[in-house]
Design a protein around this ligand. Structure first.
Ligand SMILES: Cc1cc2nc3c(=O)[nH]c(=O)nc-3n(C[C@H](O)[C@H](O)[C@H](O)COP(=O)(O)OP(=O)(O)OC[C@H]3O[C@@H](n4cnc5c(N)ncnc54)[C@H](O)[C@@H]3O)c2cc1C
Length: 382
């Protein structure tokens, strides 16, 4: 857990209330934007985070494609691998009863990782702080007022504080604070939700890989986490969640036990600590091409967890958003339109791939969940 630095606890130092770029949200996207700006420019950066991180942050399976992005941010692969659990394979029963195993060992880029999200996000935040970003955490956002510069009002404990910024990057995840405040158009394709159970003392020998299994009403995802923990999630629609009463632990367990591959593993796991619900719908914002703000990570575009795109996209779009801010402030703009379009193009290609993946499951033609997956044709987001 990150302990707020002295400057956060005792009040700002002289000049800290005026920054060039204020980043809202210190998840992977916000930290990547801050690191990019501090490594490659002389701009003054503040990173505002509303809370101390929750140990249960969903989103933990990442592919080896993450490593070049981390290297760009100055974070060595060896240091990351030591702290997280290597992921050697994915096994999935999708479109049929048998498990199909895809091994990372043979893809030429090495294994992926099961992240300890608290450690991963804290590592990125520490890197941003060491490079000179002002970290303001925890801080409650009270308001953002436009003008020649943005005035961002925060509450830190008992104290109220105003920060003035020339540029704002919205990295507030699915809260997408600026996207909403600026009434930026958003294309949302569905209303999917994920219900998570976290288990202590998972069966490490049996959970060396991620396991995905479809059911009539959605799909399960079981993943090992570092330190002997496991996460079991069920992804479905908001309406199906209510009909099946899946936030009730007994209904949840009954549903999971009935599944062919996950069920037998679940019998060996202790009772989950708690069930948590997360929104996992897909959406993309049509960001402005040339304005004094932009967005990155989930605030700009968010994806179905089946894609495992979230964290990689958060890092790459955070890096891009940092470059867009720099170009706007010091080179008269020029990158915003390309960034906006690349997000829309990326989302369009993701939506096609996702549709094809869901179309592979044809065993329940009468199921509302699977019908809805095919009904959403979001091929053209732009
Ligand atoms: C159930 C589920 C499973 C997933 N599985 C995977 C997976 O296997 N692999 C993968 O790559 N991705 C996965 N993801 C997606 C991944 O978690 C996200 O894409 C990623 O965390 C996005 O990073 P971010 O920095 O954009 O947002 P976040 O990580 O959400 O960070 C946003 C930050 O902004 C802060 N914030 C919000 N509002 C404010 C405010 N008003 N003021 C200040 N701070 C604020 C929040 O506290 C938070 O710390 C999953 C997501 C879910 C929900």
């Amino acid at each position: 857990m990150r302990v707020p630095a002295a400057a956060d606890r005792d009040g700002p130092r002289a000049g800290e209330d005026q920054v060039d770029v204020l980043i809202l949200g210190a998840g992977p996207a916000g930290a990547a934007a801050a690191i990019t700006l501090r490594r490659h420019t002389r701009l003054r950066v503040a990173l505002v985070e509303r809370r101390l991180f929750d140990p249960f942050r969903p989103g933990e399976t990442v592919s080896p494609a993450l490593f070049p992005l981390l290297e760009y941010l100055g974070i060595a692969r060896a240091g990351v691998e030591q702290r997280h659990l290597e992921s050697y394979a994915h096994a999935a029963a999708w479109g049929g009863e048998e498990l199909v195993v895809r091994d990372f060992l043979f893809n030429g880029r090495g294994s992926g990782l099961h992240l300890d999200r608290l450690a991963f996000d804290s590592m990125l935040l520490d890197q941003a702080g060491q490079l000179g970003a002002q970290i303001v955490q925890p801080a409650e956002l009270l308001g953002i007022a436009p003008g020649a510069r943005w005035t961002v009002t925060l509450r830190q404990g008992e104290r109220q504080r105003a920060l003035s910024a020339a540029y704002v990057i919205d990295c507030s995840g699915r809260s997408s604070v600026m996207v909403r405040q600026q009434q930026c158009p958003v294309l949302q394709t569905d209303r999917m939700v994920g219900v998570y159970a976290y288990y202590e003392a998972g069966q490490r020998e049996r959970l060396q890989r991620t396991l995905v299994e479809t059911t009539e009403d959605g799909w399960f995802y079981l993943a090992p986490l570092p330190a002997g923990r496991s996460a079991l999630a069920f992804m479905t629609d908001a309406e199906t969640l209510r009909t099946l009463d899946l936030l009730d632990p007994a209904s949840w367990r009954r549903h999971a036990l009935a599944s062919r591959h996950i069920g037998p593993l679940l019998r060996e796991l202790p009772a989950p600590q708690a069930l948590r619900q997360y929104p996992i719908h897909s959406r993309v914002a049509r960001l402005p091409g040339n304005a004094a703000w932009t967005a990155a990570g989930d605030a700009a575009a968010s994806f179905d967890p089946v894609s495992s795109l979230g964290i990689g996209h958060a890092l790459s779009s955070g890096i891009q958003a940092g470059r867009v801010a720099h170009a706007f402030l010091e080179q008269g703009g020029g990158l915003g339109e390309g960034y906006r379009q690349s997000l829309l193009d990326h989302f369009e290609s993701y939506a096609k791939t996702r549709r094809a993946l869901y179309a592979n499951e044809r065993r329940w033609p009468g199921s509302g969940f699977w019908q809805r997956r095919l009904a959403h044709d979001c091929a053209r987001a732009a």
